[in-house]
Design a protein around this ligand. Structure first.
Ligand code: PAF
Length: 282
């Protein structure tokens, strides 16, 4: 596997051969990332992963400084997974001048849920992803659907700017107890790790209650009860919310609650110092 740290070496490596498939990451890789690489390999083009902890998508007081930087281990895992190239720029390579031009994502999609809890987060994500797509010029890029809103925003950005890349979303990879794999799981103490699947269970329960709600007020109550249930278990929930898969808006009519494959329930909650997110399509 070729490891490329500079834009110049990236350009040189990509100057011949077919357009690659990109797997963008912030490193500290786990089996979920390796599933993205495996999916990328199925697409038949060379696979390039990127590892870059993007300062722009972290808010003040978030975990940018302590986000684990584990490049040698990441490189080894990617090589074992059959990745062809790794692009691992440092900040001066990615942002040689302060990034004063930003993508401004549609607030209807970016202003709620994660966007409401983490103002500016999606501006930072879409800006760096646009830049990575420009640098790598991949034919396709593969993202995990654990970050459901991120995946939807990137698809919308690619469509609106007519970027010549296909965006793939891959189902969340979970531990045997249901916990969605995440680089942030490493922050959990053993006791917190044992409690962490409670978020997924709360989402599952809410998804099973939603179709039985007679109206949207009952759904609102079910969401509030699900949040309260987590609070009683020691979590601080930001949101547990049932949304339409198509546009991430709240359902507008009770009939939508009973439509097959139409909704997704998304949740974010803090357990100790760790903020976890998860979702479930239903
Ligand atoms: O999902 C992530 O790891 C990041 O948000 C991404 C897409 C690599 C952009 O920094």
């Amino acid at each position: 596997m070729q490891i490329l740290h500079s834009r110049a070496s990236l350009r040189e490596a990509l100057s011949s051969g077919p357009r690659p498939v990109l797997v963008p990451t912030m490193g500290n890789l786990h089996a979920g990332h390796l599933a993205l690489v495996a999916r990328a390999r199925e697409l038949g083009a060379p696979v390039i992963a990127s590892v870059f902890v993007n300062r722009l998508q972290f808010g003040p007081g978030e975990d940018f400084e302590r986000y684990p930087r584990t490049l040698p281990r990441d490189a080894h895992m990617l090589e074992q997974a059959g990745c062809d190239m790794l692009f691992a720029p440092d900040e001066s390579e990615m942002y040689p001048a302060p990034q004063t031009f930003h993508v401004l994502p549609d607030p209807r999609l970016a202003g709620e849920l994660e966007g409401a809890s983490r103002p500016g987060h999606f501006e930072g994500v879409t800006t760096v992803v646009l830049k990575l797509l420009q640098l790598v010029q991949p034919s396709a890029a593969v993202f995990g659907k654990k970050d459901y809103q991120q995946w939807m925003l990137i698809r919308a950005m690619v469509e609106q700017f007519a970027l010549p890349v296909r965006i793939e979303g891959l189902d969340t990879v979970r531990d045997s107890d249901g916990l969605a794999l995440s680089s942030r799981n490493g922050y959990l103490s053993p006791a917190e790790r044992a409690s962490a699947p409670q978020l997924q269970r709360a989402l599952r329960e809410l998804a099973s209650r939603a179709p039985a709600c007679a109206d949207l007020e009952q759904l609102r109550q079910a969401q509030a009860q699900a949040e309260q249930g987590l609070r009683e278990l020691g979590w601080e929930p930001d949101y547990l919310s049932v949304r339409r898969r198509a546009d991430l808006q709240a359902p507008a009519r009770p009939e939508e609650l009973r439509r097959e494959a139409h909704l997704v329930v998304l949740g974010a909650a803090r357990l100790g110092r760790t903020r976890l997110i998860d979702n479930l399509e239903f």
